[in-house]
Design a protein around this ligand. Structure first.
Ligand code: ADP
Ligand code: MG
Length: 358
């Protein structure tokens, strides 16, 4: 299937010479029609730059951005404005609704700016409110609506011109944690129902895991990995990506013939590294089995409700292990045995000593 959106080695730099900032360092990306993609990454990794280019607010310095076959980077300024009007819907942080204005007027206002004739504005706005299930609330002011309803008005406003592509920049970041969880579910089901291709920028890994069809993880202007939430969580392409979507133990290990040496013991684990290669063994805390015995000291415990996160000390190295909150060994100062199931360990080559980092 031809993707709706394709980035081909997109580079974006700002400034010149010594002051030059590389915001995107050659990004390849494909998004299929109807997909919900979350872009996840730390501050400064290039998320907003990616969104601005996708929304034709900005253009690549080099490389190509194809939208449904159109090379958006070659459009003139005026053509880009038309492109945005015809294809793109934006929802920004905090929704930017006019609080004392009705839901209907919140939708009609941008239609006025966009030159939609008066006779068409009301039916378009009403039909769009209908699509998000808010037609019966059209006369309520934004401040009279719940958080979820405000979110739907903001999305409806972005949808009023029937865009092909919805761009959400941290739409839920400004909200209380309690309503965030509920709104992200509403957002997901609305997106599914409308079938609109959507890209959401977030720095909240739980949000990305919960609602996206695929997650794109960015760091320092690069797209490190794109995959389903399950793939990114269980099979991260590198330790950074793995650690970015949840707690992850990164343990020094050394390759042996049919095993790896981990905590000074051989662990049967198939791999293709040459014996002697320095490795990083990555394992999630919930995959570690803690049993009666010795070998690890429980240095602290953190109650998390559904489980307890133990900080273990093993041969001078810290190790996180999640156990059931009914676990008898989960007391500070206790000794325990632990097991690292080979199936849940992922191996990465350790970065060369002195190699450049970013
Ligand atoms: P994110 O949204 O992931 O926080 P951005 O895409 O906003 O990251 O920024 C990526 C990099 O590009 C950062 O180093 C940022 O400082 C830089 N940058 C972004 N916009 C500009 C700009 N208009 N001028 C100069 N540098 C910029
Ligand atoms: Mg940003």
């Amino acid at each position: 299937m031809t993707p709706l959106i394709r980035f081909e080695q997109v580079v974006k730099t700002y400034g010149k010479g010594e002051a030059q900032v590389v915001a995107l360092a050659g990004v390849d990306l494909e998004i299929q029609s109807g997909e919900f993609v979350a872009v996840l990454g730390p501050s400064g990794s290039g998320k907003s730059t990616t969104m601005n280019i996708l929304g034709a607010l900005d253009t690549p310095t080099s490389g190509h951005y194809y939208f449904n076959g159109i090379d958006v980077g070659t459009l003139s300024r005026d053509e880009r404005a038309v492109f945005r009007r015809d294809y793109i819907g934006f929802v920004f942080q905090g929704f930017n609704l006019l609080k004392r204005t009705t839901a209907l007027e919140n939708l009609e206002l941008p239609l006025i700016y966009r030159g939609v004739p008066a006779a068409e504005r009301h039916p378009i706005a009403m039909a769009t409110l209908e699509r998000v299930g808010l037609a019966d609330r059209h006369h309520h002011t934004a401040s009279e609506l719940s958080g979820g309803q405000q979110q739907r008005v903001a999305i409806a406003r972005a949808l009023a011109r029937q865009p092909r592509f919805l761009l959400l920049d941290e739409p839920l970041s400004a909200l209380d944690p309690q309503i965030r969880g509920r709104l992200r579910n509403e957002l997901k089901s609305l997106q599914r129902r409308l079938g609109i291709t959507t890209l959401m920028v977030t720095h909240d890994q739980a949000e990305a895991l919960a609602i996206a069809d695929r997650i794109a993880v960015m760091r320092a202007g690069r797209l490190l990995q794109i995959g389903t939430p399950q793939e990114i969580y269980a099979a991260p392409a590198d330790p950074f990506t793995g650690a970015f979507v949840g707690a992850l133990n990164l343990l020094p290990a050394i390759a042996e013939m049919q095993s790896v040496r981990l905590f000074d013991k051989p662990l049967a684990l198939r791999h293709t590294y040459a014996p002697g290669t320095k490795l990083i063994a990555a394992i999630r805390p919930e995959c570690i089995a803690v049993t009666p015995g010795s070998g690890a000291a429980v240095t602290s415990r953190e109650f998390q409700g559904a489980f307890v996160r133990l900080s273990l000390q093993v041969q001078g190295l810290p190790l996180l292990a999640d156990v059931a909150n009914t676990h008898a060994l989960a007391t500070e100062g206790a000794e325990a045995a632990f097991r690292l199931p080979p199936d849940h360990i992922r191996l990465f080559a350790a970065p060369e000593a002195g190699a450049a980092r970013s």
